[in-house]
Design a protein around this ligand. Structure first.
Ligand code: GLC
Length: 560
């Protein structure tokens, strides 16, 4: 195996663990850090480079931990700081990097600073760390502007002052339990630099930065355009997203992480458009990675895929960064389900509930395997979400009474929320909670089909999704695909995504058939791996990696 490139993150595959749902050592139904530590060998077996762990900090869990009450500790439900130290030590011993999730746009309303702000007077230094404003209209009864929460409803909540009178309003781009910090405040900036140091000193290899594009708002808090669509089109024309001054924060953080050894990583969660806007987050003096959500939202159509990949690569090339590729995470419908619903750029966002048409699981899985095989051949870094290596579908029949995502409760347009992608993962089919713990308790119910998809039912089974991921990851590493150069191949018709990746003198030819007719494979190249049945023709919704170069062979023809 070639030695790891430096810096390690450039071509890394990073696996997201959602701590509530990966492994539960104490059996209370909610995953925890000791559970994660015990299952780390799975990541070695899979063949990834790093693990990113979603928030495990003390939190009232109103947004599943993305509402942090103390940035320097572990929630007792997830363990202790000692458990964290043990996790990182074990991960490093296994050769895995550890990324933690930083939530700087907002805190929990339980955070001591926010409690101090509530107790203090309008205009006080305590209020200045957050965004408190007087209301508009008679008695200040209307919110300061028309901004909406991303979870539904107004982005402003009015407080009652200490003397019992109706008071100021505070801004929360998400749930009302998540007040936004004022990032123009020096104390907020220095506090977060200190928090970065706290975790860097504990040995973390980097940070995923939550809502990176929302931390700075337009001065004066003007109304947003009436018709703005918060969910799918965050651009700088909306006064709460992607403001130029946000980049100053990442510059200062980059300077800070660069004082540490070991190539620590900053990865921005920035839902911005267009690709050029995304590229600004990965300029040489800012973050190293920014999630490529444009790619994640790209419909499963060959022309859209080609265009998205081309644009993404060009955009980061212009700033000398690497692109990242991602298909699933804890906020979107799992791609094994999403790819079976009508393909639009917005099929990512709303969850799927029991009253919606139920997607075709077989089609979804076939496409998901093909999409992953396409993604893992692309140059750059890739992010995987727990359970996708098992082909887990979204849980689409969760009843309302078990749902916990605040989106479900706040939504004004019937969005069922994100619980369906957050269900505990199955490890062993015949154990309680499919091996998630010893007691059988789970904070969200697992669909019965998760049993058949558990790790122990797939390990060593040649056609299983788990073994497909292992093969893809091993070949990706051995053939240096992450650091390769991509060139498009013509002659395959409009429904085939066809490209070659050249790395270190090795060429890998990748063909993804997104049409509905099989395609004859060229006999002169050996199949390295295929997402579908191993045959001499490429079935619809199937991707194949071939050993070598097709140029000059005249291409292949579509077989009716
Ligand atoms: C990010 C997180 C999401 C969370 C939101 C508010 O988008 O990924 O889960 O709800 O930020 O913190």
């Amino acid at each position: 195996m070639p030695s790891a490139p430096s810096p390690w993150w450039r071509y890394a595959v990073i696996y997201q663990v959602y701590p509530r749902s990966w492994a539960d050592a104490d059996g209370d139904g909610l995953g925890d850090l000791p559970g994660i530590t015990s299952r780390l060998p799975h990541l070695v077996e899979l063949g990834v480079d790093a693990v990113w762990i979603s928030p495990f900090y003390p939190s009232p869990q109103r947004d599943a931990g993305y509402d942090v009450a103390d940035y320097r500790d572990v929630d007792p439900r997830f363990g202790t700081l000692d458990d964290f130290d043990a996790l990182i030590e074990r991960a490093h011993a296994l050769g895995l990097k550890v990324i933690v999730d930083l939530v700087p746009n907002h805190s929990s309303s339980d955070h001591p600073w926010f409690q101090e702000a509530l107790a203090a007077a309008p205009g006080s230094p305590e209020r200045a760390r957050y965004i408190f404003r007087d209301g508009r209209g008679p008695g200040g009864d209307s919110p300061p502007n028309n901004w909406r929460s991303k979870f539904g409803g107004s982005a402003w909540t009015r407080i009652t002052e200490a003397d019992g009178s109706p008071g100021q309003w505070y801004l929360h781009l998400f749930d009302e339990s998540q007040p936004d910090f004022d990032w123009s405040h020096a104390e907020v900036r220095s506090e977060f630099e200190d928090i970065l140091r706290f975790w860097l000193d504990r040995g973390v290899d980097g940070f995923r930065i939550d809502v990176a594009h929302g931390m700075v708002k337009t001065e004066g808090f003007p109304d947003a355009p009436d018709d703005y669509d918060l969910a799918v089109d965050p651009t700088a024309s909306q006064p709460m997203w992607d403001q130029p001054a946000v980049h100053d924060i990442f510059r200062s953080w980059r300077r800070l992480v660069d004082t540490y050894d070991g190539d620590r990583l900053l990865c921005a969660e920035a839902w911005v458009r267009p690709d050029e806007a995304l590229a600004r987050y990965v300029r040489p003096d800012e973050c190293h990675h920014s999630f490529n959500f444009g790619y994640l939202m790209t419909p499963w159509r060959a022309a859209d895929q080609r265009e998205s990949i081309t644009r993404s690569l060009e955009a980061v090339r212009s700033v000398g960064a690497v692109q990242t590729w991602v298909l699933s995470n804890h906020d979107v419908v799992r791609h094994a389900t999403r790819l079976a619903v009508p393909q639009t750029t917005t099929s990512v966002i709303p969850g799927i509930g029991p009253d919606d048409p139920q997607p075709d699981a077989e089609l979804g899985l076939r496409r998901a395997r093909a999409a992953t095989a396409l993604m893992l051949a692309l140059p750059g870094a890739a992010y995987l979400y727990q359970g996708e290596e098992l082909g887990l579908p979204e849980a689409t029949t969760l009843p309302p009474d078990v749902r916990q995502d605040p989106t479900f409760w706040r939504s004004d347009d019937g969005d069922v929320g994100r619980d369906g992608c957050r269900v505990p993962v199955p490890w062993e089919a015949d154990r309680p909670a499919f091996g998630f713990n010893e007691t059988g308790a789970t904070w969200l119910p697992q669909p019965a089909v998760y049993g058949q998809l558990s790790v122990d039912r797939q390990r060593g089974v040649p056609d299983s999704t788990f073994e497909l991921y292992r093969s893809l990851l091993a070949l990706r590493r051995d053939r240096g695909l992450g650091r390769g150069e991509l060139s498009w191949l013509g002659g395959f018709g409009t429904d085939v995504v066809a490209f070659a990746v050249v790395a270190g003198g090795t060429t890998t030819t990748v063909l993804a058939n997104l049409g509905d007719t099989p395609l004859a494979l060229p006999s002169q190249l050996d199949v390295l791996v295929t997402s579908g049945p191993a045959r001499r023709d490429l079935l619809p919704d199937t991707t194949v990696w071939l050993d070598g170069d097709l140029s000059g062979t005249g291409g292949i023809s579509s077989r009716a």
